[in-house]
Design a protein around this ligand. Structure first.
Ligand code: ADP
Ligand code: ZN
Length: 722
């Protein structure tokens, strides 16, 4: 007898393939192996293995031998099931899901030490422009030659030259160095009665080692983090691993600090910004069960924890948990599925849960734990609407008189203000006053956004940039270009004009692009070095500034335009979150909401501070529209660089749409971004009742259709926008 292994290959679009396990190779289900495919050698995971008569063929197929067994812990059976479930549910190739598990090939290589490089502080004898640029950009950072070359914007050869010239030196990094263990008894807080009751429920659930999905629904500032930290402590005492999913990398720095205070050391981080060596070390520690607590972006969900006992999804309502390319999965939902398969509790924490999550509570599937009051007696902020139609700002300005006055008073008291506008840059549109020309991205259906800080116009969808032009490319007129509408940079200009002495900070992904930058920002606000913060949705998240007492929402209507069925929910969440930054300490907070639609239901509910009314009304309108969570949507997006081809394929798919009761197909129509990165996009929207197996229908529908190889058809099950 020898054995046969069914292997899921990492780089192939194919399903699992059969191989023969050579004598002496201990390949079992879950083993990571190297297998031949045509002339190539690919990494894969043994999905199944069975004993097999000692012959060389199965049917007509000659089985090829596996080439090698990689020295890494096997992928547990439960994770293989999760990968299968994710691939099935989101209609993705299993290999694409597996790639998230084996996230970097480097993680699998045998070597225990890696050579990285860092600056020595010595200047080379001969400087060139490239060397200067590289050394400036790299600074103190350490990494592989390739990574440093990327950061420095130069070729590998330039870095190697700098190593030779003694400006950089090798550093040996051991990828098996263990991470320190957090200590559950390090510094437990004194919890309020309410917090203790909530924590008690989590602790029992963790100890019960059974699937238990929770919604931790606590107002901003109620101390949700302190409460779920006790669940983490319980899981560690049980000897199990914990994963905390956070929506933004910028958020992790304050989180890490709080974690360290509570547990004595920072957890293991997992996100796309890790260096390859860090990634490799983290992966090995996670797979070996050595990394006890991992805090990560959504991709951390598919890592091979051998012993996971708890997942926390913080700010669980965040749209960024939904991946919008590759495998279109929702990390919140897959986290719950992982808890179900591996039998442990999953805690979704949010002050503004998704309608879908609330609905699960109503159906009795998720248990809700509420923290209705802020910790330490802090009051919820008062909210006032400013009707821009009756109380408009001065001409060419965006801050209305009542908000100007409130900022005046806040400044006078020595307290901090936050102005929120969810738009990066200076102005969303630049046009020529003379001929009407508008600057549009050549690759996307989108305006070029002016960034005055960097003197550029940029497309926020594909990253295309041009230097800010001086004259109109159409009519060549000089001094005729005008910025239309505000972005945060423009609001910052207005703030400087109104309060020349105010110290300001702009918070967007342009200014807070690394955890270190985020930490710097937090420090400066905490130290009282900032009077007025002007920011995008990045400031709505997780920050706790006790001296920040005023929040002004510049344009509450921004998210309501566009007619998306989720618009009201998104607006409610965003404004509640930003309002939640006000008055978190002893001083009460006040929130002003500028709007042209004071009668819109969501704005009224916000001003009245009546979350329940909003949820009830929104749930009812979803029910009437048979929208999620009642009905379901799936989007099929067809894209191609060739406009004709994209349209033709969309028509082809549209024509063979299934006809059945309970299912409707809308479109094809141009997708919300009709051209993106040079690809023309069309969309079909499938709307179905819950009873219908949408995945199965789409699978059959698309199975027999063929399209040109340059055309891409991607399916998005439960799309975020519908
Ligand atoms: P949320 O995540 O619900 O908005 P946080 O967990 O950030 O709230 O808590 C708000 C503030 O209250 C934080 O500064 C936190 O340190 C503090 N806090 C919450 N609970 C406690 C506690 N039991 N003891 C001391 N401080 C607490
Ligand atoms: Zn673009």
């Amino acid at each position: 007898m020898s054995s046969r292994a069914r292997v899921l290959l990492l780089n192939a679009a194919l399903g699992p393939l059969d191989y023969r396990v050579p004598h002496g190779m201990d390949a079992k289900p879950g083993s990571i192996v190297v297998a031949p495919l045509g002339p190539r050698q690919l990494i894969g995971v043994v999905w199944e293995a069975d004993a097999f008569p000692d012959v060389e063929t199965v049917g007509d197929n000659r089985l090829r031998n596996l080439i090698d067994l990689i020295d890494a812990p096997p992928i547990p059976a439960t994770l293989r099931r999760l990968i299968e479930w994710t691939a099935d549910y989101y209609l993705a190739p299993p290999a694409a899901v597996l790639r998230m598990t084996l996230s970097s090939m480097a993680a699998l290589e045998g070597a225990r030490t890696v050579i990285e490089y860092r600056a020595t502080g010595r200047l080379p004898d001969r400087m060139t422009d490239q060397r200067t640029q590289a050394m400036e950009r790299i600074g103190e950072r350490q990494g592989l030659i390739r990574e440093l070359a990327m950061i420095g914007g130069v070729s590998d050869a330039v870095i190697r030259g700098l190593v030779k010239a003694d400006a950089f030196e090798p550093v040996e990094v051991n990828v098996d160095t263990p991470f320190p263990d957090p200590d559950p008894a390090h510094a437990p807080p004194a919890l309020s009665d309410e917090q203790a009751a909530a924590a008690g429920q989590f602790v029992s659930a963790v100890e019960a080692r059974a699937f238990a999905p929770f919604l931790l629904d606590g107002v901003t500032g109620s101390g949700k983090t302190e409460v779920y930290f006790e669940a983490i402590a319980a899981a560690m005492r049980e000897g199990r691993q914990v994963l905390v999913l956070l929506p933004e990398i910028a958020l992790t720095e304050p989180f890490l600090e709080r974690f360290e205070k509570r547990f004595g050391c920072v957890p293991v981080s997992w996100h796309s910004g890790l260096r390859q060596t860090e990634r490799r070390r983290a992966w090995r520690a996670i797979a070996a069960g050595q990394a006890k607590v991992v805090v990560g972006a959504r991709s951390a969900l598919f890592l091979p924890y051998p012993n996971l006992g708890l997942i926390i999804v913080d700010e669980a309502h965040e749209a960024s948990f939904k991946q919008e390319d590759g495998v279109h999965y929702h990390a919140r939902d897959v986290a719950v599925m992982r808890g179900l398969i591996e039998k442990f509790p999953v805690i979704l924490a949010s002050a503004t849960p998704a309608i879908e999550t609330r609905h699960q509570v109503e159906l009795g599937r998720y248990r809700e734990i509420r923290l209705p009051a802020r910790f330490g007696g802090a009051q919820m902020p008062a909210i006032t609407g400013i009707n821009l139609l009756t109380d408009p700002p001065e001409r060419g300005r965006w801050i209305a008189p009542p908000l100007v006055q409130a900022i005046d008073e806040t400044m006078a008291r020595g307290e901090q203000s936050l102005l929120f506008l969810n738009r990066r840059g200076y102005a969303p549109l630049t046009l020529c006053r003379h001929c009407g020309y508008r600057f549009q991205c050549p690759n996307c259906t989108a305006w070029m956004v002016e960034h005055r800080l960097t003197h550029r116009l940029a497309c926020h969808h594909c990253g295309h940039v041009i230097p800010t032009p001086r004259f109109c490319p159409e009519c060549k007129e000089e001094d005729a270009l005008v910025a239309c509408g505000p972005g945060v940079e423009r609001i910052a200009d207005e703030v400087k004009a109104l309060w020349p002495d105010a110290r300001t900070a702009i918070v967007t992904s342009d200014t807070l692009w690394s955890p270190a930058k985020a930490a710097e920002f937090v420090k400066s606000v905490e130290a009282g070095d900032v009077d007025i913060i002007i920011g995008t949705q990045l400031v709505t998240k997780g920050y706790h500034f006790p001296n920040l007492t005023l929040v002004g929402v510049i344009d509450a209507d921004l998210g309501l335009e566009g007619g998306d069925l989720r618009a009201a929910e998104r607006t409610f969440q965003q404004i509640m979150q930003v309002a939640g930054r006000a008055g978190r300490g002893e001083k009460p907070g006040h929130v002003y909401i500028q709007t042209r639609m004071p009668e819109a239901g969501v704005i009224e509910a916000l001003v009245d501070g009546d979350a329940e009314r909003f949820y009830a009304a929104e749930t009812e309108s979803r029910r009437r529209a048979n929208a999620p969570p009642f009905g379901r949507f799936a989007a099929i997006v067809i894209s191609s660089e060739d406009a004709e081809e994209a349209a033709a394929t969309a028509r082809l798919i549209g024509k063979s749409a299934p006809v059945m009761e309970g299912l409707r197909v809308y479109g094809p129509a141009p997708a919300p971004l009709a051209v993106l990165r040079g690809r023309h996009r069309h969309r079909l929207l499938v709307h179905a009742t819950r009873a219908i197996d949408v995945q199965d229908i789409i699978r059959q529908w698309l199975a027999d259709l063929v399209w040109k190889s340059g055309t891409r058809v991607s399916v998005d099950i439960d799309p975020y926008s519908f």
